[in-house]
Write a protein that binds this ligand. Structure first.
Ligand SMILES: *[C@@H]1O[C@H](CO)[C@@H](O)[C@H](O)[C@H]1NC(C)=O
Ligand SMILES: *[C@@H]1O[C@H](CO)[C@@H](O)[C@H](O)[C@H]1NC(C)=O
Ligand SMILES: *[C@@H]1O[C@H](CO)[C@@H](O)[C@H](O)[C@H]1NC(C)=O
Length: 471
């Protein structure tokens, strides 16, 4: 009997302690919005903070927020955002200084924190508190891939050197030919050479250039031999060998389908009006910085967009439709819904060169009392955060619907894919050969014509001379 009482007492005490802790737990109001991959909308329950068998990928921000709030000892009170997937308003400031969207819920004290990853901007900094950064994400431009036109295919054979280099090569060749012709002329005058034949020297130089040194190419002055030596060493030897090597790698490299190489290339195209920026959300950090930032990238982009304003689409899929059908560039991030949805389309390419990574943060109300303990929780859970991020974005799990494209263009991987040389890569070389044969055929007929013409003239002259004689 006494034993039972003690047991009941202990049980009661335990219950009491549990109750105490439970009562003492502070509530934190968290905005949850259906926005894959932050929070997938296809799990049975929403929000689901931990992965389970039925729902292995509930959303990366959901998992992080669940863990961090639990570590900080808070009870999560969900505040659901009633948005349709693809048209979430992350937070926009109206002209009368009120915020709408998710940030509006923080500003009017409907919630304490949003379960979404934000980037810092000066404007947001004035109105809200940011946590420690959780991850770094890569900004990316999505754009329709460039179809290869016949011009770029023909250009293949010239790819190893830039246009300027080609001009310098031709220029230096012509200079050397002229110098050698001059030297041979002087040699004739000095009596070292029997005949002065500029064309012969020219063809000999071409032979030397093509690594086919002619036996008759002799110079009698030291200066002439020195020029020929350098001609053979640099112009023909070095440049031709280099060309052979570079041509092979240029032909083997997969053809680039990006309309621009990096952020600077994009700014040029925007400045010329050939491409337009499109977004579904103007309050995005990228467009906020476009208006306010002093970063050189944004300053030059601002100048470029002065006459080419940013186009606003209704939703993420509308923006992607525009990118797919026209000259539009959509700046997004690797962790965004737009990235998720663009993976379901086939003819898009991604350019991230020249765009530095940006930090991702949780946003709290201004002067939030939760900030300190949540920051501690973020630091203590950095392993879990890293692990979750790489689980969703770096390890290649299929977390969305991915279509079967005939060829997935992955420009982030510069590794040269070994493949047999196809017609598209080599057609330039054959075309050059064909042009050469065509020119030589034309020249051949011109030469025959001139030869026959001269013969006719000659026979006329002879007949006239004979007639004069007879007369
Ligand atoms: C600000 O403007 C919006 C519409 O533009 C309006 O709905 C809202 O009530 C205004 N807020 C204040 C505080 O005036
Ligand atoms: C707070 O702002 C959100 C988003 O603009 C709005 O939906 C909600 O009705 C507002 N709540 C109050 C109490 O004003
Ligand atoms: C937010 O807090 C800062 C001080 O930390 C203050 O200067 C600023 O005015 C506050 N912003 C708003 C919108 O209340």
């Amino acid at each position: 009997m006494r034993l039972l009482t003690v047991a009941t007492l202990i049980l009661l005490l335990k219950d009491c302690r549990f109750q105490d802790v439970h009562l003492g737990k502070q509530k934190i109001r968290v905005v949850y919005a259906r926005n894959p991959p932050d929070a997938f909308a296809n799990c049975l329950r929403f929000p689901q903070l931990q992965p389970n068998l039925a729902c292995p990928f509930p959303g990366y921000t959901l998992e992080m927020m669940g863990q961090i709030a639990a570590y900080a000892g808070y009870d999560v009170e969900p505040v659901l955002s009633q948005n349709i997937v693809g048209s979430l308003d992350w937070g926009t400031r109206l002209s009368n200084d009120t915020w709408v969207g998710v940030l509006g819920m923080l500003a009017n004290d409907t919630a304490d924190v949003a379960c979404l990853m934000y980037q810092r901007t000066d404007l947001r900094d004035q109105y809200f508190d940011f946590s420690y950064p959780l991850t770094n994400v890569q900004p990316i431009y999505v754009v329709r891939e460039k179809t290869q036109d016949i011009g770029s295919i023909l250009w293949n054979a010239f790819k190893p050197y830039s246009t300027v280099t080609w001009f310098v090569i031709v220029g230096s060749f012509i200079t050397q030919v002229l110098v050698l012709i001059g030297i041979s002329r002087v040699e004739k005058d000095l009596g070292m050479r029997k005949r002065f034949r500029p064309f012969e020297v020219f063809w000999q130089c071409i032979q030397l250039q093509l690594d086919e040194h002619s036996e008759d190419m002799n110079f009698f002055t030291i200066a002439g031999n020195i020029v020929m030596f350098f001609c053979a060493l640099l112009q023909s030897g070095f440049l031709i060998k280099l060309y052979e090597g570079l041509l092979l790698s240029a032909l083997l490299a997969p053809p680039s389908t990006n309309p621009f190489k990096n952020a600077d290339g994009l700014i040029q195209l925007i400045g010329k009006g050939q491409y337009h920026l499109v977004t579904n959300y103007m309050g995005n950090w990228y467009f906020d910085d476009l208006v306010n930032s002093n970063d050189p990238h944004f300053v030059s982009l601002r100048a470029a967009t002065a006459n080419n304003p940013v186009v606003l689409a209704k939703s993420v899929s509308d923006a992607l439709d525009m990118v797919e059908s026209g000259p539009y560039v959509y700046p997004i991030q690797e962790d965004s819904l737009a990235m998720q949805m663009s993976k379901e389309r086939c003819n898009l390419v991604y350019v991230s060169d020249g765009l530095p990574q940006v930090g991702s943060y949780f946003v709290f109300q201004n002067k939030s009392r939760f900030l300190k303990s949540m920051n501690t929780a973020i630091i203590m859970n950095s392993d879990m955060i890293q692990h979750t991020f790489s689980k969703y974005f770096r390890e290649g799990y299929k977390i969305g619907n991915i279509p079967k494209c005939t060829q997935i263009v992955d420009t982030s991987n510069p590794e040269i894919v070994s493949k047999p040389l196809n017609m598209a890569s080599t057609v330039g070389i054959f075309t050059l050969g064909a042009i050469g044969i065509a020119i030589s055929t034309v020249v051949f007929f011109v030469e025959i014509y001139i030869f026959l013409h001269n013969r006719v003239l000659e026979s006329h002259r002879k007949t006239r001379a004979a007639m004069a004689k007879n007369l």
